[in-house]
Design a protein around this ligand. Structure first.
Ligand code: CDP
Length: 222
């Protein structure tokens, strides 16, 4: 079973996918973490302004692994945890460029499909329901107002209420990344569109869990 959750930057895909996976006894695969890890591995070896090619970038692929852990697959670089590194600004500012290369996309898609061979998965990304798993029985496209997305991302990162100026600055960055990612962020025709601007996280999780039960015809256990 595959549940695909796609949507723009900071629309809550990863945290929602993680909760949904826990509720259903599935495993969460964060495809963005693979794009980020490949970018971070390349950045360890080369300067940011290097004119990278897709072929060169995928040579770092064997250094990046996905390890099943609880209800997730955790990404590692050279066998070690890399969560803070892959979310830092250096990686975030370069990842869209890396993700635009077809060789890189093929490499990430192969890792994600392999993870789904052995587990029921909730996969989040941008093209999961269109390119990676076009036959997924449940596809969700998560959207939210840019200001609200920026506010949530900062709340999570700073662990405090951000100021309006901080939210405005983060909104600009998100909108710029949305533009860079536009070609790879595609809503599948059969995806359920969920606008989470006015939903709490538990509400959006419950909606997806209910849809998953409807699709699998399994009874709803609370
Ligand atoms: O959570 P956030 O929106 O910040 O991004 P992410 O899911 O961690 O993905 C990081 C970057 O990877 C995105 O900005 C895209 O450039 C790329 N990506 C992609 O192209 N296709 C995917 N399926 C997932 C991520």
């Amino acid at each position: 079973m595959v549940i695909a959750i796609d949507g723009p930057a900071a629309s809550g895909k990863s945290s929602t996918a993680q909760w949904v996976a826990q509720r259903l006894g599935y495993r969460h695969v964060d495809s963005g973490s693979l794009y980020r890890a490949l970018t971070a591995a390349a950045l360890r070896d080369a300067a940011v302004d290097e004119p990278w090619s897709g072929e060169q970038l995928v040579t770092h692929g064997p250094r990046v692994s996905l390890r099943p852990e609880g209800s997730s697959f955790v990404v590692r670089i050279d066998g070690a945890d890399c969560d803070a590194e892959i979310r830092d600004n250096a990686v975030t500012s370069q990842v869209s460029r890396v993700a635009s290369m077809p060789e890189v996309r093929e490499w990430v898609n192969a890792q994600v499909r392999q993870a789904a061979q052995t587990h029921d998965v909730v996969v989040d990304g941008r093209d999961i329901g269109t390119v990676v798993f076009p036959n997924a029985p449940l596809k969700i496209f998560l959207v939210a107002d840019p200001w609200e997305r920026a506010r949530r991302r900062l709340n999570q990162r700073l662990e405090r209420r951000p100021s309006d100026d901080e939210v405005a600055e983060e909104t600009d960055l998100l909108v710029q990344r949305d533009a860079k990612d536009a070609t790879q962020t595609v809503q599948a025709k059969d995806a359920v569109l969920l606008d989470t601007t006015y939903l709490t996280q538990p509400e959006q999780v419950e909606r997806i869990v209910a849809l998953a039960h409807a699709v699998t015809h399994r009874p709803l256990v609370t």
